[in-house]
Design a binder for this molecule. Structure first.
Ligand code: CP
Length: 315
C-alpha cells in the first residue's frame, strides 16, 4: 500500500509527476471538473487544530469528485481509547483513504502499518510534507523555474529563522536534500535540529544540505528565500515563555531581509503571529508570498491524492 507520510515517499519520477499535475490542476481549476476520486470516500482525522489543511483537503476531495468525511477524534471511539490498529483496520473497510494530523509521527506510522488504504500525513510534530510540497510549488511559480522541483529548485538557498527543531525545519532539511537546495538554519542553539531528522537522511542515503548559525546577521546571507514559522508550535505551549524570550533576536524584519539577495522572497506556512516570528511590515511587503503558499495547498494536495489513488488501484 502506498502512503504519503514524508516528502520522499514518492520516487523522483512520481514526485515530478505530482508537481506537474498540481500545476495543471491549478491552471485548469475553473475550466473542467476532475473525476480522479469519483466514487471514493476519504476520511480526515485531526488530533490538532487546523484551518488551511482541513479546508483545502475537504474542498480538494470534493473537486476531485470524492466524498470527504471529517472524523473528529473526540466524537469517535479513538477519543475513548480504541486502539489505532483496530481503528485503521475498521476504517480500511469503509474508506478509500485517510488523512491524519497528529502529534507523534509514530501515530500516523501505526495507522499506515494497519491500513489497507493510503494514509496521508497532514502534519505531525516531526514533518509537514503536504505544506512543503505546496511551498516548493509556490517557489517554482514565483521564480519561474518550471514545474520540476529537482531542476527548478536546485542551488536555491532558503534561510529558516526561529525554531529550527520544529516540523517545518525538519521538512525543509529533508526537501533541501531531495531537491538540492541549500538550507540555512538560524535560531537559538537550544532549538537546533534533533537526531531524528539526521537519522532519516542517513537511512535514505540523502546527503545533508543544511547548515546552522545562531547569528541572525549571517543566517540570510545570499538567501533566495527567508522562511519562518511560529515560535510556539502546537503541543509546545508549556515552555512558551522561554521560547518567546530566546527567539526574540530571530524575528524576521527588514534588516534580516536586507541581508539576503535582492528580490528575496518571504514565506510563512501560517498561522502567523505578527510581532513574534515576523514583523507586520515584512508580512505585508511585496516579497511576502504566504497567501500563494496557502492557496497552493489545495492544488498540490489534489495532485498527491490523485497519485496515491492511481498507484493503489494499479497494485
Ligand atoms: N499551515 C498549516 O498547516 O495550517 P493549518 O494549521 O491551519 O492547517
Amino acid at each position: 500500500m502506498r502512503h504519503f507520510l514524508q516528502e520522499n515517499d514518492f520516487s523522483m519520477e512520481e514526485t515530478a509527476e505530482v508537481f506537474s499535475y498540481a500545476f495543471e490542476l491549478k491552471s485548469n481549476r475553473s475550466k473542467r471538473p476532475t473525476t480522479d476520486l469519483v466514487g471514493q470516500s476519504w476520511g480526515m482525522i485531526f488530533f490538532k487544530q487546523s484551518t488551511r489543511t482541513r479546508v483545502s483537503f475537504e474542498v480538494g476531495i470534493r473537486e476531485l469528485g470524492g466524498n470527504p468525511l471529517i472524523l473528529d477524534q473526540s466524537s469517535t471511539q479513538i477519543g475513548r481509547g480504541e486502539s489505532i490498529a483496530d481503528t485503521a483496520k475498521v476504517l480500511s473497510r469503509f474508506l478509500d483513504g485517510l488523512i491524519i494530523r497528529a502529534h507523534g509521527h509514530e501515530i500516523i506510522e501505526t495507522f499506515a502499518k494497519h491500513s489497507s488504504i493510503p494514509v496521508v500525513n497532514a502534519l505531525t510534530d516531526f514533518l509537514h510534507p503536504c505544506q512543503i510540497f505546496a511551498d516548493c510549488m509556490t517557489l517554482l511559480e514565483k521564480m519561474n523555474t518550471g514545474t520540476n522541483p529537482f531542476v527548478g529548485l536546485r542551488g536555491k538557498k532558503l534561510a529558516f529563522f526561529g525554531d529550527t527543531s520544529c516540523n517545518m525545519a525538519n521538512s525543509w532539511i529533508l526537501a533541501g536534500a531531495m531537491f538540492g537546495m541549500e538550507i540555512s538554519l538560524c535560531g537559538p542553539e537550544a532549538f537546533k535540529p534533533g537526531r531524528n531528522i539526521l537519522e532519516l537522511l542517513e537511512n535514505h542515503n540523502l546527503s545533508p544540505t543544511w547548515s546552522f548559525t545562531p547569528t541572525p546577521e549571517d543566517g540570510a546571507k545570499d538567501a533566495d528565500v527567508v522562511y519562518t514559522d511560529v515560535w510556539v508550535s502546537m503541543g509546545c505551549e508549556e515552555d512558551s515563555k522561554s521560547r518567546l524570550a530566546s527567539m526574540q533576536p530571530y524575528q524576521v524584519d527588514e534588516k534580516i531581509m536586507a541581508s539576503a539577495k535582492d528580490n528575496c522572497l518571504f514565506m510563512h506556512c501560517m498561522p502567523a503571529h505578527p510581532g513574534e516570528e515576523v514583523n507586520q511590515s515584512v508580512l505585508d511587503s511585496e516579497y511576502s508570498i504566504l497567501f500563494d503558499q496557502a492557496e497552493n495547498r489545495l492544488h498540490m494536495q489534489k495532485a498527491i491524492l490523485s497519485k496515491l489513488s492511481q498507484s493503489n488501484h494499479t497494485i
